[in-house]
Design a protein around this ligand. Structure first.
Ligand code: B12
Ligand code: SF4
Ligand code: SF4
Length: 281
C-alpha cells in the first residue's frame, strides 16, 4: 500500500515522504481534525534555491507561497488516492494543520529535531516545508523514535535574541514571530530594526551544520518562481494578484511594507549598504 502511495507522490516530484500511525501524532488543533483517522503521510517539499538575499526577508518568503503549492498538490493527488483506495477518506494539510508537523515528520523517519526546533533532513537540511495527508486507511507502519541533533550550540549562539534553548525555541522571543505580529510595540520595532529583520528569520538555520551542504530544491514550483530582493515601494505597489503569491500576504500589506521601510530607513541613516545578508559564521 505504501509503495502505491509513494508512486503517486513521486510523479509530483515528492520523493521524501514517511508514514506513521495517527495515534502517535501530537495534536495541536483538534478542531481541524477529521474523525476516525488511522494513519498519516508526511511530505517534505524542499524550497532552497541557493541564492543569497539581502533584504531582511527570509528565504522561504522569496519563493511562491507554499500553502498554494500544497493546495495544488492535494488537488491532484487526493483524487488519485481516493481512486486507489476506494471507500477511504484522505485530507491534506500544510501549516494550518491539526498536527505538530515537525514532530510527525520526525516520527515518520524524515529527519532529526534540531535545538532551533526545526526538523533536519540529511539532504535538504532544514530548508523545506512540511505537509501531511490524514486518512482512515490503516497503513502498515510504525512510528520511528524521535532523534535530536548533536546540540553543537551554533544556533544558540547565533540567535540574536536568545530564543533558542537546548530543547527548542521560546517562540514569544523569536524575531520571525515578531515580524508577523499585527501590531508592534516600540521595543519590538526596535528589535526588528536592530537585527535587520523585515519578514521571518533564518539565522539559526544559516549557521547549522546540517545546512552546510544542503541540496537545492528539485521542485520547479519553487526553483523557477523565486523573487529577488524586495523593496518597500515595490511591495506597496504590487497588484493584489502578485502580492497574494507570497507567504507574507496572509498578514496584509501594511506589516511587510512597514517592516521593509523601517529597515531601509535605518540602513540609509547608518550609511550601511546592507544588513542581515547571509549570516557568516
Ligand atoms: C507556530 C509556528 C511558528 C511560530 C512558533 C515556532 C515553534 N514553536 O515551532 C513562529 C512564528 C516563531 C515560527 C517560525 C518559523 N517557522 Co514555523 N510553524 C509554526 C507551526 C504553525 C506550529 C509549530 C508549533 O507550535 N509546534 C508545537 C510546539 C510545541 O513545538 P516546539 O515549540 O518546536 O516544541 C518541540 C520541541 O521542543 C521538541 N522537543 C522536546 N524535547 C526536546 C528535546 C530536544 C533535545 C530537542 C532538540 C527538541 C525537543 O518537541 C516539542 C514538540 O514537538 C508549524 C506548522 C505545524 N502545524 O506544525 C510551522 C513550522 C514549524 N514552521 C516552519 C518554518 C519554516 C518556520 C521558520 C523557519 C520561518 C522563518 N524563516 O522565519 C521559522 C523558524 C523559527 C524557529 N527557529 O523555529 C516549518 C518548519 C520546517 C522544518 N524544517 O522544520 C513548519 C513545519 C511549517 C511548514 N508547514 O513547513 N513558526
Ligand atoms: S546548529 Fe547545532 S545545535 Fe543547532 S540545530 Fe544545528 S546541529 Fe543542532
Ligand atoms: S528564527 Fe531568528 S530569532 Fe527565531 S530562533 Fe531562529 S535565530 Fe532566533
Amino acid at each position: 500500500m505504501t509503495e502505491r502511495i509513494r508512486a503517486i507522490f513521486a510523479r509530483e516530484g515528492i520523493t521524501e515522504l514517511g508514514f506513521l500511525p495517527f495515534r502517535e501524532t501530537r495534536v495541536l488543533n483538534a478542531r481541524l481534525l477529521p474523525p476516525g483517522m488511522e494513519s498519516v503521510l508526511v511530505l517534505l517539499a524542499p524550497y532552497d534555491c541557493g541564492e543569497p538575499f539581502t533584504d531582511g526577508v527570509s528565504a522561504y518568503a522569496h519563493v511562491e507561497d507554499y500553502h498554494r503549492f500544497f493546495d495544488g498538490l492535494f488537488a491532484r493527488t487526493l483524487p488519485e488516492l481516493r481512486e486507489a483506495f476506494p471507500g477511504h477518506a484522505f485530507y491534506g494539510f500544510a501549516d494550518h494543520s491539526p498536527l505538530d508537523e515537525k514532530d510527525a515528520a520526525a516520527k515518520a523517519g524524515l529527519g532529526v529535531l534540531g535545538c532551533h526546533s526545526l526538523l533536519l533532513h540529511p539532504r535538504y537540511g532544514s530548508y523545506f516545508f512540511l505537509g501531511s495527508v490524514l486518512t482512515d486507511l490503516a497503513l502498515p507502519c510504525d512510528a520511528h523514535p524521535v532523534r535530536t541533533c548533536e546540540a553543537c550550540g551554533k544556533c544558540l549562539s547565533a540567535c540574536p535574541v536568545g530564543a533558542v534553548t537546548e530543547t527548542g525555541i521560546r517562540a514569544e522571543l523569536c524575531l520571525s514571530a515578531l515580524s508577523q505580529k499585527k501590531r508592534l510595540t516600540e521595543e519590538e520595532r526596535r528589535l526588528l530594526t536592530e537585527h535587520g529583520v523585515a519578514w521571518g528569520c533564518d539565522r539559526c538555520q544559516e549557521v547549522c551544520p546540517y545546512n552546510r551542504d544542503r541540496e537545492p530544491t528539485p521542485l520547479p514550483y519553487f526553483r523557477d518562481r523565486r523573487h529577488g530582493d524586495f523593496t518597500a515601494d515595490e511591495v506597496e505597489q504590487m497588484d493584489d494578484e502578485t502580492f497574494s503569491r507570497f507567504a507574507f500576504s496572509w498578514r496584509g500589506r501594511t506589516r511587510i511594507v512597514e517592516n521593509l521601510r523601517a529597515r531601509e530607513q535605518s540602513l540609509a541613516q547608518s550609511g550601511q549598504k546592507e544588513k542581515n545578508s547571509k549570516f557568516i559564521p
